[in-house]
Ligand binder design. Structure first.
Ligand code: PTJ
Length: 245
């Protein structure tokens, strides 16, 4: 039991979740390394949501609300850290959720499918019995997607995604939103909207934004999306790290 008074309490709670998920057998072997990299970047921004991240989140939610087939892609790390919050966001923006693993094994897919069902989300895509296609006919494990989900999606939220998969989705003409604490990652650089924040803070904040933006005219949402420059916003995100020096 981690005492709440511990100065690194929140960080230790997240580590605990990751260790438990690893023991339950649904994380990739390198998941804890990826988490550690995220922790390091989070430390550099003071473990707080920055202004450029908030701006990107408004744009991301507006884009999700404007889309005809939005999908939230989930992997082991995202599930371990924010399963209930992801389900809430999906309901708020009417997005589907798809299991999309970089290191896909039947065993991991089976456990993650059961977890979403146990947490009340029945229509999870990317399962073992789903209709899986290869994006753009790329016969590579990195290019698999559910036919009614990522394969036919217009906008995809890919938290903590590897650069190879992000590139395949981008080249397939998808509108890509990422949540990635590393503003220098390939995924952050090639996404249309890059949110440099911890998934555990970003997803609940996006659900709140969705409650607000849901009632807005389509024109207002389109203006939010069109006024955004991801490259510029990423520069400002990097600046947030320098400012902490
Ligand atoms: O479950 P799988 O098989 O799909 O594998 C998942 C991982 C994350 C292991 C896989 O996608 C991977 O290797 O990803 P990368 O290439 O390490 O990229 C993950 C990115 O997420 C890195 O840039 C990290 O800085 C970032 N990151 C890690 N933890 C968090 C994070 N970003 C936001 N919130 C976090 N908590």
């Amino acid at each position: 039991m981690i005492p709440k008074s511990h100065p690194r309490y929140e960080s230790l709670v997240l580590r605990d979740k990751m260790v438990k998920a690893s023991q339950e057998g649904y994380l990739a072997d390198s998941a804890l390394i990826a988490h550690g990299r995220g922790e390091a970047f989070d430390y550099l921004i003071g473990e707080k949501t920055t202004y450029p991240a908030k701006r990107a989140m408004y744009v991301a939610v507006a884009a999700l609300l404007l889309s005809s087939n939005p999908v939230i892609s989930v992997n082991g790390n995202a599930t371990a850290l924010a399963i209930d919050e992801i389900i809430e966001l999906a309901n708020a923006v009417k997005a589907k959720i798809e299991i999309n693993l970089f290191y896909r094994t039947d065993e991991r897919v089976k456990i993650i499918t059961r977890l979403y069902k146990d947490h009340g989300y029945k229509n999870i895509l990317g399962t073992l019995d789903d209709d899986i296609e290869y994006i753009d006919d790329i016969k590579n494990n990195r290019a698999t997607a559910s036919k009614t989900g990522i394969y036919s999606a217009d906008t995809i939220l890919i938290p903590l995604e590897d650069g190879d998969r992000a590139e395949i989705l981008k080249n397939a003409g998808k509108n890509i939103i990422t949540i990635d604490l590393n503003p220098l990652s390939r995924t952050s650089k090639m996404s249309d909207v890059s949110i440099m924040d911890n998934i555990v803070r970003a997803i609940p904040f996006m659900t709140k934004i969705a409650e607000d933006l849901k009632t807005q005219d389509k024109k207002v949402l389109m203006d939010i999306v069109n006024d955004f420059d991801n490259e510029e916003n990423l520069k400002e995100s990097l600046e947030q790290i320098r400012m902490k020096e």
